[in-house]
Design a protein around this ligand. Structure first.
Ligand SMILES: [Zn+2]
Ligand SMILES: [Zn+2]
Length: 162
């Protein structure tokens, strides 16, 4: 019966990973995009720092409609910025295992991934610039050759919401 078990996934309840250009998530929920990200930066903001416990966070934006989620009913939602619970971004985690899955924009403009925490490690290009660095950070301005801004890159345009 071994071959049957192999064929049908050994009785595991984990659904098969979907195919796509970018696939992430956990054993219970998959996120998929076939389109490239619209922004890809190293974030120096304090919200990312407190949520990820990383000094800086590699953050990727997809257009909201480009990133699909296999099992949205299995997401727990909480404000991304605990100090601004009415802000647009929800941190979505898996109800079963607690894995962070994405940040979801209530205005449906973008969906945000942190590749190294959300199942995309190594599948997404390195960031093209540094965002939200300023003199208050208490550490030196990055000098790895990538542009450094105190916000998102100036040419970034928010997609329209839905
Ligand atoms: Zn940030
Ligand atoms: Zn899970």
């Amino acid at each position: 019966m071994n071959f049957l078990r192999k064929l049908f996934g050994g009785g595991s309840t984990a659904p098969a990973k979907p195919s796509g250009k970018y696939v992430g998530g956990c054993d219970h929920i998959s996120t998929v995009s076939n389109a490239d990200p619209i922004d890809n930066h190293v974030c120096h903001c304090n919200v990312c720092k407190s949520v990820t416990n990383q000094q800086t966070t590699h953050v990727v934006f997809f257009k909201h409609g480009d990133l699909s989620v296999s099992n949205e009913a299995n997401l727990n939602r909480q404000p991304f910025n605990a100090d601004n619970p009415d802000g647009p971004l929800d941190l979505c985690t898996c109800k079963d295992c607690g894995t962070p899955i994405m940040l979801d924009d209530k205005q449906k403009r973008i969906r945000v991934l942190v590749p190294n925490l959300m199942g995309f490690d190594g599948k997404i290009d390195t960031a093209s610039y540094h965002a939200f660095w300023d003199e208050t950070k208490g550490y030196d301005k990055p000098n790895d050759g990538r542009p450094v801004y105190d916000s998102l890159r100036p040419e970034f345009v928010w997609p329209l919401g839905a």
